[in-house]
Design a protein around this ligand. Structure first.
Ligand code: ZN
Length: 508
């Protein structure tokens, strides 16, 4: 029977507030180990965050695994083990070298197969991704609100926040003006300044009673909320609120905006790949310029060249420049290298779905138990009050006892919340990521340079450099795991190594 170490960690990170306390983790992990019949030989408890490498207890555990004292780890979630790429890499390395043959998590099942390792790599990468990206829109409550189609922010002009229902409702008077402005602009006879004037005359003004700036006007004219959708944190959602204009009118306005916006935008816009790469020699940013080339035969060509800004004061940078077409070709190739093959995507989605089912199943029983305990506490509170009212106990004793019970009840309620939502929190971003990673082939082949740029930033972060006309970059987070996995297997042997059943079955 393989020997296991149990590892529990309470983070001090703010974003970890939802994670259960050490005691809860321990209690549940011990239960889990018993259910699964795992032989735990020692418990390791860490009080330090996993964001930066160098946790003393974690290091000790790893050293002892390297010495062969145990071959398995039981922990709450992969993100307890590693939230930085160094620790994540150590775990994966130990799995690769078979020092670790089994990892057990109550909320994620690791299979020691090639795709299991790939999945583990993703989850470890995802944990890091979480640390970096945990923003408001992934927070549970807000997410639920958005999913229900409720606009989660201050109502835009034409709407009002209804405090009672916590939704937005049409502001009849202003909505009329907004609609008229859309209609006016759709005629393609007005500038944004004219619309601003129109708004001014009809009472749509700034807080300081001034005319809206043209950017504010543009924001209004491009806000999909008016035809029933809404944008939040860069994404568009279906709203439950009443639309003010038709989608048709909205589309017409977008068309006019595009048409009128064209000439002046081109002159001012910086070149698309600016700000994406650094110089491989001196570390300064890469910038761009247009050059006109007059060929001997009299033909004129316009080219965009990218080159180092050469702003370094300590060295004279020797790097040459590169044509935009060539840079585009190289970046597209790099993006393609981390495209997720459909077969892998399907397999990962299947595994994620299976995990979801298992988690939901195992949570249900605990949630039920916790609910019963909450009920008992509520009854105790009632009895306590009765006793106090009958003057059988002192006020002080009553107060203290009541505080204890209330606090216990609060913790239990939070545990339920955690079980019902927190344990599955990684699933949705994982699914979204899989979808995104699948589209990369398409994106690499598409003509839009700005979309390529934004993906290159996601995949490589600030790691992109240019060395003698060659773009280089190491992928970050889960993209890194994917890049490694793709280097290690071809599509075919990945699928041939797939095993139909779960369990430990080391294949290499
Ligand atoms: Zn340079």
């Amino acid at each position: 029977m393989p020997a296991y170490f149990l590892y529990a960690r309470k983070s001090t990170d703010v974003e970890d507030k939802q994670v259960r306390s050490i005691e809860d983790q321990l209690a549940e992990l011990r239960d889990f180990a018993k259910r699964e019949g795992l032989n735990i030989i020692e418990e390791f408890i860490e009080k330090q965050s996993a964001k930066t490498p160098g946790r003393p207890i974690f290091n000790e555990m790893i050293a002892r695994i390297e010495r062969g004292e145990a071959t398995g780890i039981v922990s709450w979630h992969p993100d307890r083990l590693a939230r930085n790429s160094i620790d994540g890499g150590r775990i994966i390395y130990l799995v690769d070298t078979e020092k670790i043959t089994s990892l057990k998590f109550p909320i994620f099942s690791f299979e020691n197969t090639s795709q299991g390792k790939l999945m583990l790599g993703f989850i470890l990468g995802m944990s890091k991704y979480y640390v970096d990206n945990l923003s408001e829109n992934v927070k549970r409550g807000l997410r639920q609100k958005i999913k229900r189609g409720e606009y989660p922010s201050i109502a835009p002009v034409g709407y009002l926040n209804d405090v009672r229902t916590k939704t937005i409702v049409v502001n009849r008077k202003k909505a009329k003006v907004v609609k008229a402005a859309f209609e006016l602009y759709a005629k393609n006879e007005s500038r944004l300044e004219d619309i601003s004037e129109f708004f001014y005359q009809h009472g749509v003004i700034t807080k300081g009673n001034k005319r809206l700036f043209r950017n504010r006007v543009k924001n209004i004219l491009t806000n999909p909320i008016y035809h029933g959708l809404f944008r939040y944190a860069g994404e568009v959602y279906e709203g439950k609120h009443e639309p003010i204009i038709t989608k048709k009118l909205y589309d017409k306005v977008q068309e006019v905006l595009r048409e009128r916006g064209k000439p002046d935008r081109k002159a001012n816009d910086p070149k698309v790949f600016c700000g994406l790469l650094r110089c491989g020699s001196c570390g300064m940013m890469i910038t761009a310029e247009d050059r006109v080339k007059l060929q001997k035969n009299g033909n004129i060509h316009n080219y965009t060249y990218y080159h180092c800004t050469k702003k370094s004061k300590t060295m004279k940078c020797p790097e040459p420049c590169i044509r935009e077409e060539e840079l585009d070709r190289q970046l597209s190739e790099m993006i393609q290298r981390v495209a997720l093959p459909e077969e892998w995507a399907n397999e990962l989605l299947k595994m994620a779905e299976q995990d979801k089912q298992e988690i939901a199943h195992s949570s249900a029983a605990i949630v039920q138990e916790t609910r019963t305990e909450i009920q008992t506490i509520s009854q105790k509170l009632q009895r306590l009050l009765d006793t106090y009212l009958e003057q059988d106990i002192e006020r002080e004793v009553y107060r203290e006892e009541k505080a204890n019970l209330l606090s216990r009840r609060k913790s239990l309620e939070e545990n339920i919340d955690d079980l019902e939502h927190g344990r599955l929190a990684w699933l949705e971003p994982m699914r979204e990521w899989i979808k995104e990673a699948q589209t990369l082939n398409e994106i690499a082949l598409a003509p839009s340079l700005s979309i390529k740029k934004s993906f290159a930033q996601k995949i490589f972060g600030s790691n992109l450099t240019l060395h003698t006309r060659e773009a280089r970059g190491i992928a970050i987070h889960q993209w890194f795991s994917l890049a490694c996995a793709k280097e290690n297997f071809t599509e075919n042997n990945f699928s041939s190594e797939m095993v139909p059943s779960r369990g430990i079955e080391p294949l290499f």
